[in-house]
Design a binder for this molecule. Structure first.
Ligand SMILES: [Zn+2]
Length: 516
């Protein structure tokens, strides 16, 4: 008896056989892609009246592992099993038993981050990755502190939702988890505790926005007032080290004359000091465990020049900071949810040198933020980075959720859109967007069949993109969430529609980067 059970569990001669018997008897809806056998147990996600559940059927000799999980226990044909809810404790235990679900630092090659504001997009993202082919390591859990606040999600919920999505999709090819646009040490501490492995530090508040247009005497005073102590430096030694230097970057000259140095230092010096402090905080916190560190200055007003890029990375290096990826602010406009706005030849010329600097001073990846829907620049970015790139998308999966809603429940989508259009002027404040509510069609002027097409309208798209927080947290007079629960319920009831929307949309993003 014992020997038979042990053989099933260990050799997997018929993987999932005991689990299939339990599913049959219980009348549960098996999610077939999730089913996996290990030496210890058979595992799967199943649908029940009460929602999705984890089903664990341990090998006979390993029944004690069920103590790691909360849920209802049962027995069928001598096999013990457990049906557990998707709680934080069960998620943590699942990651321990199925270690490929654990986020890890990324390998050196191409990677892609998929923001998921609703926590239900991972299976669709996994489908898109499989369909695109190539070697792209995903970051399924990725959310900025701003988005977590707006969508009322905790760092742990972001990581855990991606764990369940990966399990559900049978994704076993590794993944990272990116705590995005972190501004404070407290942000880092909270996200490290939740199991994030990639930490994107945004020193944008410390970038001097006036430096590009300041008069020489203003620049000089700002240079004198830099935090030289924190930079562990002095004006004289920085000048001796960097002024009037020309860096040869793969045959391209990037020069820092005295004026360019002062401007770069004034613009980014405080940001360098801030990033250094954040890196040291994280390093101490992780106590020798590896992590990915990203530096992002993409959300600043003016482009990062090549000389400024060189200044930032040579100073970070001097201060002992080690990073896996860096997001400069490129030329042109990277508006939310729409294609690149700008001159493609100018982007090509600018980006090419940033990619060369990343090889010469690293190598590290160039990170392409606000990277969703920038279809016209993907080929340029893939070519110049030669695979050393991280593509980061944030809100476009939420827009695909809305597309699924428009297809399945026009009434729900129409009410969300009407609400978003009213909220837009207030909500747009912290985003790079140029849509106007007046230019977006009114909600009641579009027939049901035309609603999905609003996702192709520049104005409607940006309006829906930046109002997600208001939509997901809006409450009716009786205190109940106005849209969030209905939207989640719709996506959970029609996973196929949502996954198809995501797959179609993301394959268009990934295929340029999917090198064999
Ligand atoms: Zn960004």
């Amino acid at each position: 008896m014992q020997a038979t059970a042990e053989r099933e569990g260990t050799n997997g001669a018929e993987p999932g056989r005991r689990l299939a018997r339990v599913v049959d008897r219980g009348g549960f809806g098996l999610h077939p892609a999730s089913m996996v056998s290990t030496d210890a147990a058979e595992w799967a996600m199943v649908g029940t009246q009460a929602g999705a559940r984890l089903l664990v059927v341990p090998a006979a000799a390993r029944a004690n592992l069920l103590a790691d999980f909360d849920g209802e226990r049962g027995e069928h044909g001598g096999a013990a099993f457990l049906m557990g809810p998707l709680t934080a404790r069960n998620t943590a235990a699942l990651r321990r038993h199925l270690p490929w679900l654990e986020p890890r630092p990324l390998p050196a090659g191409t990677s892609a981050g998929f923001g998921d504001r609703l926590g239900l997009a991972t299976p669709g993202h996994a489908r898109a990755l499989r369909a695109a082919g190539g070697h792209i390591t995903p970051v399924f859990a990725q959310q900025s502190i701003r988005e977590m606040t707006r969508a009322a999600r905790s760092p742990q919920a972001v990581v855990d939702d991606a764990t369940w999505g990966s399990f559900d999709a049978g994704w076993r090819d590794g993944q990272g988890a990116d705590a995005d646009h972190l501004k404070t040490a407290a942000d880092i501490t909270a996200c490290a505790a939740a199991g994030f492995t990639m930490f994107t530090v945004d020193p944008g508040d410390h970038v001097d926005r006036q430096a590009d247009s300041a008069a020489p005497d203003v620049l000089r005073a700002a240079w004198d007032a830099l935090p030289w102590n924190e930079l562990e430096d002095s004006p004289a030694s920085m000048r001796a080290r960097l002024a009037d230097r020309a860096f040869d970057v793969e045959g391209q000259r990037v020069s820092l004359d005295e004026r360019a140095l002062v401007k770069a230092a004034v613009k980014y010096g405080r940001a360098v000091a801030h990033v250094t402090a954040m890196f040291r905080h994280l390093t101490a916190l992780k106590g020798g465990q590896p992590f990915d560190f990203e530096v992002s200055v993409d959300e600043t007003d003016t482009p990062t020049s090549h000389a400024e890029h060189v200044f930032v990375v040579s100073e970070l290096r001097r201060l002992g900071v080690r990073w896996a990826s860096l997001a400069p602010r490129f030329v042109g406009r990277f508006e939310k949810g729409v294609d690149y706005v700008g001159d493609l030849a100018a982007f090509d010329a600018d980006f090419r040198v940033h990619a060369a600097i990343a090889r010469a001073f690293g190598p590290y990846k160039i990170s392409l933020h606000s990277g969703s829907d920038k279809f016209s620049i993907y080929e340029i970015a893939a070519r110049h980075t030669r695979g050393l790139i991280h593509l980061k998308t944030a809100g476009t999966s939420y827009l695909e959720a809305l597309r699924a809603a428009a297809l399945v429940s026009p009434a729900l989508f129409r009410s969300i859109y009407a609400f978003a259009r009213e909220r837009y002027d207030e909500d747009r404040a912290s985003y790079h967007v140029s849509a106007t509510a007046a230019d977006a069609p009114a909600a009641d002027s579009v027939a049901d069949a035309g609603l999905p097409q609003l996702l192709e309208d520049f104005h409607a798209r940006q309006i829906l993109h930046v109002t997600f927080g208001s939509v997901l947290t809006a409450r009716a007079a009786d205190g109940r969430l106005r849209f969030a629960n209905a939207l989640r319920a719709l996506l959970q009831a029609s996973p196929e529609v949502y996954e198809e929307c995501l797959e179609r949309h993301f394959v268009r993003h990934l295929r340029s980067f999917a090198r064999p």
